[in-house]
Design a protein around this ligand. Structure first.
Ligand SMILES: [Zn+2]
Length: 265
């Protein structure tokens, strides 16, 4: 059994109670992949690391990384917290979904490649007020490759043209130009604006993104398109996504109450 004491960069995914006084805390770590840590005495009064182990906390920790089995944390060196995300239910739901997607996409204990940094950057952007729905979409588009689905969003998959209107074809695994739409009667029939953003999202570097703003109707179309692609070609539907979907439905249901015309009366 391998065990090594090391300093690592970690981001707390979730925690759950374990036995009477202990806790299990799952982390994304930059140096050792996703890990479950056993925290002895975490629920005892006076426990020192309570704040360091809350979901959406990140920083440098020192721990005993063991393989196989549970790892241990000896100390938290320097930690910070995505405050806005943990206080805002909508941002929280999106961030949780992003984390659960990455959790499903890469097996535990395997290195995350650039995904630790991408996840951290995405959450940081959401925490700083960028549109959580769009950051989530970017993450979803880029994550598809980890599920073995890498749609061609650069050019028509048949002829390589980029100058005609596009549509998305699930059976061809990417874009079809207008000259080839006839090949797939089940193409998604997306509008050009939605296609434009899907293409942009596949190329954006989350670690360098500054601002982004997308029209509400386009946001809905992007959500719908990605839901179809994920359902049909990826087949991953975490519980956190179900919650997000329910929340979006409540949101739609509540819209008439905030109708500006009514407010003026
Ligand atoms: Zn074509």
């Amino acid at each position: 059994m391998a065990s090594r004491i090391m300093t690592f960069n970690g981001l707390v995914m979730y925690q759950k109670d374990f036995r009477e006084r202990d806790m299990l805390v799952k982390f994304f770590t930059r140096e050792a992949g996703k890990r479950m840590f056993y925290i002895r005495g975490a629920k005892k009064r006076g426990f020192k690391m309570t704040a360091d182990l809350l979901p959406f906390t990140y920083g440098q920790y020192v721990g005993d990384i063991r393989e196989p089995g549970l790892s241990y944390i000896n100390a938290a060196k320097e930690t910070a917290h995505f405050q806005t995300i943990s206080q805002d239910i909508v941002k929280n739901a999106h961030a949780t979904y992003m984390m659960s997607l990455l959790d499903v996409a890469i097996p535990d204990n395997e290195l995350l490649g650039g995904w630790y940094q991408r996840l951290w950057s995405g959450l940081s952007l959401i925490d700083n007020g960028l549109d959580e729905a769009i950051i989530t979409n970017i993450f979803e588009v880029q994550l598809m490759g980890l599920f073995g689905v890498e749609p061609n969003l650069r050019q028509c998959v048949i002829c390589g043209r980029t100058d005609l209107p596009f549509d998305y074809s699930e059976s061809y695994g990417g874009l079809l130009c207008q000259a080839h739409w006839h090949l797939d009667p089940h193409r998604l029939r997306l509008d050009q604006r939605t296609i434009y953003y899907l293409r942009q999202f596949s190329a954006i570097d989350l670690t360098k993104l500054g601002t982004i703003s997308v029209r509400e109707d386009t946001k809905k179309n992007l959500r719908r398109a990605l839901d179809v692609i994920y359902a049909d070609t990826i087949g991953v539907y975490p519980r956190s996504k179900r919650f997000l979907d329910q929340m979006n439905q409540w949101d739609d249901g509540l819209k008439p109450l905030s109708d500006p015309k009514k407010d003026q009366q």
